[in-house]
Design a protein around this ligand. Structure first.
Ligand SMILES: [Zn+2]
Length: 263
């Protein structure tokens, strides 16, 4: 089942790897990091109920560096990564929902961001501040697997008293979390998975499972190359030295001296 990583923003008491411990604070003293964790854990529940395997970058009041947060998704080959934050403005007058992409985002990240923005906005019913892009470290393509759709949602502005009170209620937290679950489910690849689930087709029975050897491990299998030769494929993960890809070494069984290396 597809892996989703939820990143509750901020945390802890000090800056770690570009991640601040807290940004927004409500008039009654509610901290962004606390609500981000509450919504994040609720999103984990919502996504697990939808059949996903979910990892969170943190489950308590600790801070992680921005790259370390992204690496949780990369190391699990996540299909989607959603970072959850609450907003604040200098004059405490702004309100609304916005979703962020990295300036160098993929098409699948854009699709995810559009769905997250639409679904979360339908719950907050605040101003539509749109999907925007800037060079956010937690979404950097340097730290993510290119296959992972990633975005960051600023649910609403916590520094407004009425919204702070709303954000403190579990019902509202769960509704925002469900919206994030629906947004992940909205993607085309999720639709196929959902259809298969509907008809109770065993996905792993239809196609061979994508095997994931441990970092640096060798995964041997027999295959046929483009010239029709029977080959043994040795698949090494690139995790150990952060190549960020898969190295394939093909050895032709009927001519064992010939090797190919695909990087
Ligand atoms: Zn934040």
């Amino acid at each position: 089942m597809a892996v989703i990583v939820i990143d509750p923003g901020d945390g802890g008491t000090r800056i770690v790897g570009g991640s601040s411990p807290n940004n927004a604070t409500g008039p009654a003293g509610t901290k962004e990091k606390t609500l981000a964790l509450a919504v994040g854990l609720a999103a984990r529940t919502a996504l697990t109920a939808r059949g996903y395997t979910v990892f969170t970058t943190r489950t308590s009041d600790v801070n992680l560096g921005l790259a370390a947060r992204a690496h949780v998704a990369r190391d699990h080959r996540a299909s989607a990564f959603v970072s959850i934050h609450l907003n604040a403005s200098d004059r405490h007058t702004a309100q609304g929902t916005e979703t962020w992409l990295h300036t160098r985002h993929s098409a699948r990240s854009k699709r995810l961001a559009d769905h997250v923005q639409a679904r979360v906005l339908a719950v907050t019913k605040r101003r539509d501040r749109g999907v925007k892009a800037k060079g956010l470290g937690v979404l950097s393509p340097n730290s993510h697997d290119p296959q992972t759709a990633c975005c960051l949602v600023e649910v609403s502005f916590l520094d407004r008293a009425d919204e702070e009170q709303k954000l403190l209620t579990p019902d509202y937290q769960n509704a925002v979390a469900s919206a994030i679950g629906d947004a992940v489910d909205d993607r085309p690849q999720s639709r196929l998975r959902r259809a298969l689930r509907l008809f109770r087709l065993p996905v792993l029975g239809l196609w061979p499972a994508r095997r994931r050897p441990a970092a640096g491990a060798v995964d041997n299998r027999i295959g046929v190359d483009s010239a029709g030769h029977t080959c043994a494929e040795e698949r090494l993960t690139g995790k150990r030295n952060h190549i960020g890809g898969t190295r394939r070494v093909w050895e032709q069984i009927d001519r064992p001296t010939v090797f190919w290396v695909e990087q």
